[in-house]
Ligand binder design. Structure first.
Ligand SMILES: [Zn+2]
Length: 217
């Protein structure tokens, strides 16, 4: 059976919304017979509308869009004036966040695994870059030494500059991808928040499917 849920401060969603940035009738959620989920913005105020979280953890405004049960939506502007929730909340028993916590644990475990792989890879790259640097400098020094022994001019020794340059650039070219690691850490920080109160939560809480701050679970 097709389900329609009006979400807002005076909506018929199964959880209360009191945030002032949310309209009385803010969005319309539709779940059709085939379990397709749709959301539609019912507000007209600019910058106060309906937002969806992307895979990077950033929110984007939408008007009407097909979503999934796992889509994270935000009603209203950012901050305490707004209400952020996973679409599943519209059909969940009130106060039961187990679905969201399980989803969160899956995602955080995945991101941490990605981080582990990246760190491992970066260690390998770091070793490789060091080797390349040592070899390049050794070749440079070798050119100078051989040149000096054979009484060559400085001009004749100038090719030393090429391996030397490779040595200087080795870390940039073959070294660890530190920016990638930073971006990934930022992403983990963005996602590792309580599905109820929105505050950052500990790894321990994620694993135990609960929030120590607001007691949601
Ligand atoms: Zn919480």
């Amino acid at each position: 059976m097709k389900q329609e849920v009006i979400i807002g401060r005076e909506g018929n969603q199964p959880f209360p919304i009191t945030q002032e940035g949310v309209s009385r009738k803010h969005a319309l959620l539709t779940i059709d017979d085939n379990q397709n989920w749709w959301i539609e913005n019912l507000t007209t105020v600019n910058g106060n509308g309906l937002y969806i979280r992307d895979e990077q953890g950033d929110f984007h405004p939408i008007e009407a869009q097909r979503i999934t049960e796992d889509s994270v939506l935000r009603l209203g502007p950012t901050g305490y004036m707004s209400c952020t929730f996973m679409a599943h909340r519209a059909i969940a028993p009130q106060g039961d966040y187990s679905y969201e916590f399980r989803h969160l644990r899956r995602r955080i475990r995945g991101l941490r695994q990605e981080m582990e792989n990246l760190n491992e890879n970066n260690q390998k790259r770091s070793k490789l870059a060091n080797k390349i640097r040592l070899v390049s400098y050794a070749i440079s020094v070798g050119i100078v030494v051989v040149g000096a022994i054979s009484g060559a001019s400085l001009m004749a020794m100038s090719p030393m500059i090429f391996p030397g340059l490779i040595g200087v650039l080795s870390n940039t070219l073959w070294g660890p991808k530190t920016q990638e690691a930073r971006d990934l850490q930022q992403k983990i920080t963005k996602f590792q928040v309580c599905p109820n109160c929105g505050r950052p939560i500990s790894q321990h809480d994620v694993e135990n499917l609960r929030c120590s701050a607001c007691k949601a679970k």
